[in-house]
Design a protein around this ligand. Structure first.
Ligand code: ADP
Ligand code: ZN
Length: 209
């Protein structure tokens, strides 16, 4: 199954995508994770992306589309994939349609007020890419999955969060209409307990999760 997860930053796309990709045995492709890895490794893509990410802007389409096109051409995507964080605007969605055919676009919806609280309390594990909220951690500094030291993402600060939300509303939210028109859109309420959201996604896709 070729899937796209849509939704604002902090909607829980990454968390849900990890669960769904494992259940369906398809790779979870997060463009945000790919950029963060590229930045850590100092690759040309990472160097190009850094300033945009730190300001909460989108990385230029040329860089992003090429990175995704290459990733989807790898062998492990032959039986499906789950894209998380791409496409993020209409140009990316149109480019994706040229090189791959989707089965569904799942939109995880959450109101802005909730997103700000979620993002500012978010912690990230650089080792296993896990994301957690401080209210759910026994120790704010330790990854409950792998024991590595948790960090706060550089873009989870108030000014950058505000930018990311406005970019989302201006550029990414129109994608729901784009996919609705193609009959691919599945709407899910993201303001529910994590397990309930997973179950809703399963129902929407008619798969066992
Ligand atoms: P979130 O969804 O929580 O904002 P991501 O990890 O998906 O976070 O993305 C972090 C940042 O990486 C974005 O704010 C943006 O700068 C960049 N990025 C990720 N995906 C894309 C994309 N498809 N197009 C352009 N920039 C992207
Ligand atoms: Zn970890």
């Amino acid at each position: 199954m070729n899937l796209v997860f849509l939704g604002p930053p902090g909607a829980g796309k990454g968390t849900q995508a990890a669960v769904v990709s494992q259940a369906l045995r398809i790779p979870h492709i997060s463009t945000g994770d790919m950029f963060r890895k590229a930045m850590r490794e100092g690759t040309p893509t990472g160097l190009k992306a850094r300033a945009f990410i730190e300001q909460g802007k989108l990385v230029p389409d040329s860089v992003t589309i090429e990175m995704v096109r290459e990733r989807l051409s790898e062998d492990d995507c032959k039986n499906g994939y789950l894209l998380d964080g791409f496409p993020r605007n209409l140009l990316q969605a149109e480019a994706l349609a040229e090189f791959s055919q989707l089965d569904a676009a799942v939109n995880i919806a959450v109101a802005d007020e909730k997103l700000i609280a979620r993002l500012s309390g978010r912690r990230f594990c650089p080792k296993c890419s896990g994301t957690f909220h401080i209210t759910k951690l026994a120790d704010e500094k330790i990854c409950p999955n792998c024991g590595a030291e948790l960090v706060q993402r550089a873009d989870d600060n108030p000014a950058t969060i505000a930018n990311r939300l406005s970019v989302y509303h201006a550029e990414t939210s129109p994608l729901t209409a784009f996919y609705a028109q193609k009959g691919l859109l599945k709407e899910v309420d993201g303001d529910l307990p994590m397990e309930v959201v997973t179950a809703e996604i399963g129902k929407a896709l008619a798969v066992e999760l």
